[in-house]
Structure formats: structure tokens, C-alpha cells
Design a protein around this ligand. Structure first.
Ligand code: HEC
Ligand code: HEC
Length: 451
């Protein structure tokens, strides 16, 4: 077991950069769409009221490259959160496309957990020497035996997600109730595996609206942090929740799902046997450590929770962008039916430690929609129906100006092509866009570029 202590090195330049970032100002917005946006905030800035030293430390942890001695592996996708989340600014979308796979057995989804699915780890640490023993991590078979469904997953941007994490479940029910039945999204609810101790409404096993991920299947940012640390980087952790050890993300993924923590030919799973950072065992989960996330997981969560929403450009009355906005919200296209910015709903609470009352416009409902042929056919759980595998979360359009690859598998950089790919509940919007004349199409795309 290895405890990583004080590995945060904050450079003076970084600290100065973070300290100098401006707070969100009030832009002279012309409509509700612009509330909470600003032309002087920069992508990657912290929310107003965020302690700059804590943010700088958390940010540095998010960017920090980890190695085998830190517990990377046995199998993994990358060596830092920031390796993938970096377009536009740290915390952004990425170029990496991950691999998901599975199959249908008896007409329902099976993620082939016994061959390492449904998320493939692309790399293994390979050979490592432990106590004179030559060991090897191996790597997942590719393709996995039995896989018939293969899907790519683009890295999503994280800006503004602390505000989304702070919303009560009722916000999402309200959004669903406002959607016409033809396009109404499904409110996914899942049990919390790792709650955020800063939000007293979250408990292990209590159900919360799952608002994160392409499939809307993760209920809290804290949980996504622990999950990504083990599933993307192979670093296992334990945390302390309500006085008890939380081992939700304490088990390594071994290549091809060989037994975790077992010795194989005398070799453990990787060069750091056991839990890579066993915060619960180290602290005993008592006193000030009774209700605390493992330190890296806590830093990742803090960094993400305090990233400000992407700035949106001001729109001049009568401009192409203004005409595009009218089209976006028109009854014919109804892009705002799913890509929503209801200013009475998108209003932060203090849950999770962010400032309450910040109004924001994410251009999403964070609900799962049947997207027909655009759906990735990957279930959230084994046993999901084929219809459920077509469901995708409405991609938030805030920050679109800083993005290149689009859609869940990053198949295109062309905004128009991304719209035309909408099928299922998005088919009417796609057809209405297709029917527009050339100049109206370009107005709509000009508007999207202000987000
Ligand atoms: C190998 C690339 C990679 C690395 C490394 C990585 N991520 Fe991600 N991240 C992704 C991908 C791909 C997705 C979309 C996953 C999905 O929804 O299936 C994602 C999604 C997320 C989301 C959900 C955001 C949303 O839109 O709802 C959060 C939160 C997140 N990552 C946090 C982290 C943290 C914290 C780390 C470091 C511990 C990390 N990620 C490391 C690729 C990566
Ligand atoms: C029925 C709900 C729905 C409607 C209506 C809808 N969208 Fe979407 N949109 C989605 C979903 C879901 C995704 C993510 C799909 C995927 O990648 O699998 C998405 C993705 C996008 C993307 C890509 C964003 C990214 O991060 O990759 C753009 C751009 C977009 N929509 C624009 C529009 C526009 C413009 C309209 C109106 C013409 C529209 N959408 C109407 C649900 C909808």
C-alpha cells in the first residue's frame, strides 16, 4: 500500500494565472439565454467566490501525470485526467475516443463483464518486477471474444458541471414535464456509490438523478472522480463516508477480468499491490477524517465542481447569430426542446459547496433520449432493452465554440452533419434543419458558435 503525500507542486505561474482570473460579470444580455454568461470570463476560470489557492491545488492534481509507482494500471487508458480533458482549457473535451463494446444475448444488452467490458482499457503497464519476480499485466483481448457491438466515446467537457451537480432531482423532473411527449427525455435514477460529503443530501445507496456521462448514468461528480480514477487510470482508492470506509472504487480492473487482488504465478495485479491509496485504512475514518473523500478524488471533485460555465458571446440584435437563435428556439426546429436553458430551473444551490443562485444556460436537459440510429447501442446495465441502448443524454451545447469533434463517438467536426445525424426523437429537428435554405442554415450555425 502506498500513500501519496504532498505530491502537489503548484508552479508560481499557475498560481498567478488562477489568481488573476476574473469573476463572472454580468453581460448586457438581450435574453434569458445569456444569463450567467460573460464575455470577460475565460474558459477554464473558476466560479466566482472560489478560493483561488484551493482551486490551483485541485487543478494541478487534475493535470498531474501519475506513474506505475503511484498505482497506474494494471490496465488503463491514460496517465492523467488532464491528458484527456484539455481542449480549450484544462477540464475541456478531448481528442481521445474510448472503446465500448458488448453484445445482445436473448435480445437484451450484455456488456461482457467477464471479458472486461463494457469499457475497454487500451493499455497495460506490461512487465514489472516485484521482489525479484518478473510479472506482466497483460492487456485486454481486442476484440473481446463474443463482442458484436462496438462504440466510440468522446471525452466530454467539464466546465460548469458543479452547477449541474448542485441541482435537486426535482429540476430534472420539471424539465421532463415541460417537454412534448414526442421528444420527452427519460429521467435516469441510480443509486449513489460514492456521495460527496459536502452535500448532506447524498448517501451511499440513496437514489439520485444520474446527470453525468453520455448515457446519463452517473449521479454525482464525486462518484465520477473515483470511477474515472480507477477505470481510466487504474488507480484504486478508498474514501471515508459517514464514518465508514467506502470501497466503491478500491478494486483493480485486471486484463480480461482475471481475479482482482489474487496472485497469478506469484504475481499480484500490478506493482502496487492492494489499494493504491487506501485513505480509509490510513486515517481510520475517525475525527476530522470521518466524512472525507480520498485526497486526489477530493481534489478532482473540487476542481470540476468549481469550473465556471463556458463564456458565451454577446449577440447583436439583427445579426446572423440573432436570426440563428430565433431558429434554434422556433417551433419548427425546437432545438431548445432538448437543448434547454430554462432560467428558473438552471439556478445553482449550495449543495456540494458551490455558490447558490448562479443562473446558467447549459443547453441540455441532462435527460436520456431515444436517438434511433444515432444511439450507440451500449446499455448501462446488463439486461437493458434494445430501446434503452439507443438512449443518449442531450449533449450540453455550452462551450460549443471551443469544440472540434462532436457526437458521442466524435465522428464529425461539422456542426451541420451532427444535426443531420439526429434520429429517433431528434428526427423531426434534423428534418426541419435539412429543409432550411442555405442562409438560414448558416445563421443557425453562427448562433451555435456563440455558445
Ligand atoms: C482516457 C481519457 C480520459 C481520462 C484519463 C479521463 N477521462 Fe473523464 N471522460 C472521458 C470520456 C471518454 C468521458 C465520457 C464517458 C462516458 O460518458 O461514457 C469522460 C467523462 C467524464 C465526466 C462526465 C462529464 C459529463 O459530461 O457528464 C467526468 C466528470 C470526468 N470524465 C472526470 C474525469 C476525471 C476526474 C478524471 C481523472 C481521474 C478523468 N475524467 C480522466 C475520458 C477520460
Ligand atoms: C430529442 C432531443 C434533441 C433535439 C430536439 C435536438 N437535439 Fe441535439 N442532441 C441531442 C442528443 C441526445 C445529442 C447527443 C447525441 C449523441 O452524440 O449520441 C445531441 C447532440 C447535438 C450536437 C453535438 C454536440 C456534441 O457535444 O457533440 C449538436 C451540435 C446538436 N445536438 C445540435 C442540435 C440542434 C441545432 C438541434 C435543432 C435543430 C438539436 N440538436 C435538436 C438531443 C436533441
Amino acid at each position: 500500500m502506498l500513500r501519496k503525500i504532498s505530491k502537489i507542486r503548484v508552479s508560481a505561474a499557475l498560481a498567478a494565472y488562477v489568481a488573476s482570473t476574473s469573476l463572472l460579470g454580468c453581460s448586457a444580455g438581450t435574453g434569458a439565454e445569456e444569463v450567467g454568461s460573460s464575455s470577460d470570463a475565460l474558459l477554464g476560470d473558476a466560479l466566482p467566490g472560489t478560493d483561488s489557492a484551493t482551486f490551483a491545488e485541485a487543478r494541478a492534481n487534475f493535470a498531474e501525470v501519475e506513474n506505475v509507482a503511484d498505482g497506474i494500471g494494471p490496465i488503463f487508458n491514460a496517465n492523467a485526467c488532464g491528458t484527456c480533458h484539455q481542449n480549450g482549457a484544462l477540464g475541456g473535451a478531448g481528442q481521445q475516443i474510448e472503446a465500448r463494446y458488448g453484445t445482445l444475448i436473448g435480445g437484451v444488452f450484455n456488456g461482457l463483464p467477464n471479458t472486461g467490458g463494457s469499457l475497454r482499457q487500451l493499455f497495460g503497464i506490461g512487465g514489472f518486477n516485484l521482489g525479484g519476480l518478473n510479472c506482466n499485466s497483460g492487456v485486454d483481448a481486442n476484440p473481446a471474444p463474443g463482442a458484436t457491438i462496438f462504440a466510440g466515446r468522446l471525452t466530454t467537457p467539464l466546465f460548469g458541471l458543479g452547477l449541474v451537480d448542485s441541482l435537486p432531482d426535482s429540476a430534472f423532473d420539471t424539465l421532463a414535464s415541460r417537454e412534448p411527449t414526442a421528444i420527452r427525455g427519460v429521467v435516469n435514477r441510480f443509486a449513489i456509490a460514492l456521495p460527496n460529503p459536502l452535500d448532506p443530501s447524498q448517501h451511499v445507496g440513496s437514489v439520485r438523478v444520474a446527470r453525468f456521462g453520455w448515457k446519463a448514468n452517473v449521479p454525482t461528480l464525486a462518484q465520477f472522480s473515483g470511477d474515472a480514477y480507477v477505470n481510466e487510470m487504474g488507480i484504486t482508492t478508498s474514501s471515508c463516508i459517514a464514518g465508514s470506509p467506502n470501497l466503491a472504487f478500491a478494486t483493480e480492473n485486471r486484463a480480461n477480468r482475471a481475479p482482482s487482488n489474487a496472485l497469478i504465478n506469484g504475481c499480484p495485479d500490478d506493482a502496487v499491490p492492494g489499494i493504491d491509496d487506501d485513505f480509509a485504512a490510513e486515517t481510520g475514518c475517525t475525527g476530522v477524517n470521518a466524512n472525507v473523500l480520498q485526497d486526489d478524488v477530493r481534489n478532482f471533485t473540487f476542481f470540476m465542481a468549481h469550473l465556471a460555465p463556458p463564456p458565451q458571446s454577446a449577440i447583436a440584435v439583427g445579426s446572423a447569430e440573432d436570426r440563428g437563435r430565433t431558429l434554434f428556439n422556433s417551433a419548427a426546429l425546437a432545438c431548445n426542446g432538448c437543448h434547454r436553458s430554462d432560467s428558473d430551473v438552471f439556478r445553482s444551490t449550495s449543495a456540494g459547496g458551490v455558490t447558490a443562485g448562479i443562473v446558467f444556460a447549459p443547453f441540455s436537459d441532462f435527460l436520456a433520449h431515444d436517438m434511433g440510429t444515432l444511439g450507440d447501442q451500449i446499455g448501462i446495465n446488463d439486461g437493458d432493452s434494445v430501446a434503452a441502448t439507443r438512449r443518449m443524454r442531450t449533449a450540453p451545447l455550452w462551450g460549443l465554440h471551443s469544440r472540434n469533434k462532436l457526437l458521442h463517438d466524435g465522428r464529425t467536426t461539422d456542426r451541420g452533419a451532427a444535426i443531420l445525424a439526429h434520429a429517433g426523437q431528434g428526427a423531426a429537428a434534423s428534418a426541419a434543419y435539412n429543409a432550411l435554405g442555405t442562409s438560414s442554415k448558416s445563421d443557425l450555425l453562427a448562433y451555435l458558435n456563440t455558445l
